[in-house]
Ligand binder design. Structure first.
Ligand code: SF4
Length: 284
């Protein structure tokens, strides 16, 4: 088996597991695949096309590229890729860059405003195109970085969900690559010679906090290679009774009909082992 086949197999396995764990793809789905031209979204499209060929259920894919008006953005390169891989597609163009520049104060980072606008455009496009789901290319590293960023800088324990229903119920966002490692996606994109579009055309300030967290994780992973996998695993193994979210505990207690502080799972505060038998001192 060649290296590229090994990588493809790993990515397909990771995506299949996520799809099964969270019911991401269902019979009759029409999935809008958001493709920015980055390595991750090309990988996502590839994986979904492969799974479509072998899945026992029928679902449709429509690749969508959004040109946000960044100077020199080569939308034609992404369109050329869609044609080459034979996927139905739609090219969108909305100058969000001008809006973002107006919204963000001088010297600030554009990313959060930019992503919100992009998300809104994709939500509307999905409804117009009668798509039942929107697939995004976020991977394991995005999830664990977001977990740390949120805990360290926002004081909330959260990450990116594998499946998310929009507040108005009109859109369902799915992340089939949530178990896939970024390094596999990068190596696969290189091996497949995907025409990757640079992501710095927007001229945004670098997101320093995310970069810092990425570096921290890389340093920790160099000492202990399992740390990213362990963080991902932690996202799927939450012990609410060992956290301090009183509201969540109350709701859980109500749903279960028992004491919300009932010990659960692997207790992390086990009492120290006690030596049984006669005590040597005292008066008993
Ligand atoms: S890097 Fe640029 S294109 Fe990407 S989210 Fe940030 S502002 Fe938007």
């Amino acid at each position: 088996m060649t290296e590229v086949e090994r990588l493809e197999r790993r990515l397909l396995r990771a995506a299949s597991r996520a799809i099964e764990d969270f019911g991401l793809v269902e019979a009759g789905d029409r999935i809008l695949v958001a493709v920015s031209g980055g390595k991750d979204s090309y990988g996502l499209l590839h994986v979904l096309q492969r799974l479509q060929q072998r899945a026992p259920v029928h679902f449709e894919l429509v690749a969508v590229n959004l040109d946000q008006g960044h100077p020199g953005y080569p939308a034609h390169v992404v369109e050329g890729h869609f044609r080459a891989v034979g996927v139905p597609y739609r090219m969108l163009r909305e100058d969000t860059l001008t809006v973002v520049k107006r919204l963000v104060p001088e010297g600030g980072t554009y990313c959060s405003a930019c992503s919100r606008l992009r998300r809104g455009i994709l939500y509307t496009a999905a409804v117009e195109m009668r798509c039942t789901k929107i697939a995004l290319g976020h991977h394991r590293d995005d999830l664990v970085e977001t977990l740390l960023l949120s805990a360290l800088y926002s004081g909330a324990l959260k990450s990116m969900p594998a499946r998310l229903v929009s507040r108005d119920g009109r859109n369902v966002v799915i992340r089939p690559l949530c178990y896939a490692a970024e390094e596999d996606l990068a190596a696969f994109a290189e091996a497949m010679r995907f025409p990757v579009v640079p992501c710095d055309l927007c001229g945004s300030q670098p997101n320093l906090r995310r970069k810092r967290v990425k570096r921290l994780l890389a340093e920790l992973a160099a000492e202990h290679p399992a740390v990213k996998g362990n963080l991902l695993h932690a996202l799927g193994k939450v012990l609410p009774g060992h956290l301090l979210d009183r509201d969540l505990l109350r709701r859980l207690g109500e749903a279960r009909g028992d004491d919300p502080w009932l010990e659960e799972g692997d207790a992390c505060e086990e009492p120290p082992p006690v030596a049984l038998g006669r005590r040597s001192g005292g008066d008993a």
